[in-house]
Ligand binder design. Structure first.
Ligand code: PEP
Ligand code: MN
Length: 346
């Protein structure tokens, strides 16, 4: 439930509403917006009598929420959230950042080369997993903390901020020391203890849609992070399981406008995991942008044939350069732009 205050409501009137909410044993939260002053309440609101709030001085309206997720919903906050992840790089605004890099950090040389190449191609952030959530326990699990250190050096060399994954609640603190954005992958989208810990850390979270999750489940997972105290959340569509074995996943581009209508959070698209094959990635990346994606995540490897994970869906750096050049031509036609970094490669 949201209490909307009159534009001329006094500070005392606003505090009166907040106190009444707390007296009911609920959480009150001021919702900042351009158009209105509102106070949202979370907790078990099923027995709350809205007329009690309508009678309070300064109150203009009381709105019932229709969605099971609250803090991340557009009902709660009509303005799109802009998540700044580094100076000049934000998700959710007019400018579209491109995250690129290998699936996994494999060696110092590999991640450094990848970083310099994706930077030269026009990417804005570097990706690479040091902790890998693999379907098989026998697959490469990542280099761990030494991999994070390699990423940090590659970040410094290239000037690109880093997106990297945390796979368990115990590991998220160390990952967040190295990451500019902490990724929670598809396999962990409903790891609720990890989501709660993500609420404690002081870095933006990139939350990927689960392997077979609905849009509402994705938003409820984001709600866990927000309810635990971190509202810097970026969602990611990365495809869901389908029956067709011609592709790795069904890349659900419809989820982009649907999420944007239901939630104020930004959503980006990952056509690499979405399709599973490098030949399909560039066109689906452009399609995602036209569908309204607030950013892209693309796997790129200096030598994809030798990649230890996801080589078949990883672009060659020259393909990324071509994709970004095409995106720069197409995006202005929908009134947006590709984020560009100013400084030259170190
Ligand atoms: C990844 O980004 O490399 C990854 C493991 O993605 P997902 O969680 O979407 O499968
Ligand atoms: Mn991958």
């Amino acid at each position: 439930m949201i209490v909307i205050m009159r534009t001329d409501a006094t500070r005392d009137e606003i505090s009166g509403v907040t106190a009444t909410i707390r007296d009911l044993g609920l959480r009150a939260q001021r919702i900042s917006g351009n158009q209105r002053t509102a106070i949202g309440m979370t907790g078990d609101v099923s027995n709350v009598d809205e007329s009690r709030f309508r009678a309070l001085p300064g109150v203009r309206d009381v709105v019932q929420m229709t969605q099971p997720f609250k803090l991340v919903s557009r009902e709660w906050k009509p303005d799109t959230t802009v998540v700044e992840v580094a100076e000049g790089i934000s998700f959710g605004g007019n400018s579209i950042p491109i995250i690129a890099g290998p699936c996994s950090v494999e060696s110092e040389e590999q991640i450094t080369e990848a970083a310099l190449e994706v930077r030269a191609a026009g990417a804005t952030l570097l990706r690479g997993g040091a902790f890998k959530p693999r379907s098989s326990p026998y697959s490469f699990q990542g280099l761990g903390v030494p991999g994070l250190e390699m990423l940090a050096r590659a970040s410094e060399r290239s000037g690109l901020p880093v997106v990297t994954e945390a796979v368990d609640p115990e590991g998220i603190a160390i990952v967040s020391e190295y990451a500019d954005v902490v990724q929670i992958g598809a396999r962990n989208m409903q790891n609720f203890s990890l989501l709660k810990r993500a609420g404690d850390i002081d870095k933006p979270i990139l939350l990927k849609r689960g392997l077979a999750s609905t849009i509402v489940e994705l938003l409820l997972s984001a709600e866990y992070i927000a309810a635990s105290g971190n509202d810097r959340i970026i969602l990611c569509e990365r495809g869901i399981r389908g029956f067709d074995t011609s592709v790795r996943n069904v890349f659900d581009l419809t989820s982009i406008p649907v999420v944007q209508s239901l939630s104020h959070l930004p959503i980006i698209a990952d056509p690499s995991h979405g399709t599973g094959f490098r030949e399909y990635v560039p066109r689906m990346a452009l399609a995602a942008i036209v569908a309204g994606a607030d950013g892209l995540m693309v796997e790129v490897h200096p030598d994809p044939v030798r990649a230890v994970s996801d080589g078949a869906q990883s672009l060659y750096p020259a393909q990324l350069a071509k994709l970004i050049a095409q995106a720069r031509e197409i995006i202005p036609t929908i009134g947006r732009e590709v984020t560009q970094l100013d400084a030259a490669v170190a």
